[in-house]
Design a protein around this ligand. Structure first.
Ligand code: 2AM
Ligand code: CA
Length: 252
């Protein structure tokens, strides 16, 4: 297992180096469902790189990933690598920072390991049940179980603007609302104790790695109705410290 962790960390550092060395080159950008839903040549290149690594090292494993027709699986049985090659593609294109590479490893639908690499900060957060949580080589303490009223909440801008699921009342009850445009960065903030919760609308590759890390701390996450995530299509998503999560589920 330790060898597996080192191996996957190396894939992510290598993928990050590819992105960093491409930053001065011109990007090829395509629209997917709308003018704000983009895919670049780097999303595709990084996904292909990570898929090749999985195929070479884990030929039996299944892959669920955002681009190139890998975005659906009929079931989460067996060993599954869930990959988001660039999480926060709009930030990548417009800011050249505040984006992550994410890999989650699941076995029979249960989280095993999660990796979220904030490339420009050179911070690789990883962990899993029984392993604890680390940033690069440094082990992190489990953050204090703070209530919603005691901390900041990350939120999806669209949900806050349109007050979906009482998002504005939830924001008011917290110490303040924050929006980064990158699910990985929001989930890292919860893992570090910088925020107490995250309320949004996500696809499986946006939440798989973060949820595996949250499991190491026994923090909570689910669909907004409290049901388990399906790993199939976009879902309204809530995560947080046990206290903040229960308060939010009571309000949603
Ligand atoms: P992505 O960059 O990998 O698409 C932005 O609020 C966050 O939500 C990002 O992590 C983004 O991931 C995710 N997201 C998922 N589906 C989205 C969509 N259709 N439009 C915008 N962001 C989306
Ligand atoms: Ca993505």
């Amino acid at each position: 297992m330790d060898q597996q962790i080192q191996e996957i960390k190396q894939w992510l550092y290598q993928a990050g180096d590819k992105i960093k060395s491409s930053l001065s080159a011109e990007l090829s950008i395509d629209e997917k469902s709308s003018r704000t839903d983009l895919v670049t040549n780097m999303d595709r290149e990084i996904q292909n790189f990570l898929i090749d690594k999985v195929h070479q090292n884990y030929p039996e494993a299944k892959i669920l990933a955002e681009e190139n027709g890998y975005n659906e699986l009929t079931s989460m049985s067996g060993e599954v690598f869930v990959i988001d090659p660039i999480d926060g593609t709009l930030n990548f294109v417009l800011e050249k920072e505040n984006f992550c590479i994410m890999v989650g490893l699941y076995e029979e639908g249960r989280s095993k390991l999660g990796f979220i690499y904030n490339v420009m900060q050179d911070e690789l957060y990883w962990g899993g049940r029984g392993y604890g949580v680390f940033c690069n080589e440094k082990q992190l303490e489990r953050p204090e179980d703070k209530a919603l009223t005691e901390g900041l909440i990350g939120m999806n801008a669209h949900m806050y603007l349109h007050n979906h699921y009482q998002a504005q009342a939830i924001g008011k009850r917290s110490m303040g609302v924050r929006m980064s445009g990158c699910a990985g960065i929001e989930l890292i903030a919860v893992i570090k104790g910088a925020r107490v919760a995250y309320l949004t609308n996500l696809s499986p590759w946006d939440y798989a790695a973060g949820c595996a890390i949250l499991d190491a701390f026994d923090f909570r996450y689910s669909r907004i109705d409290g049901q388990s995530l399906s790993f199939n299509g976009r879902e309204h998503f809530v995560a947080g410290t046990p206290k903040a999560y229960s308060q939010m589920i009571g309000m949603l």
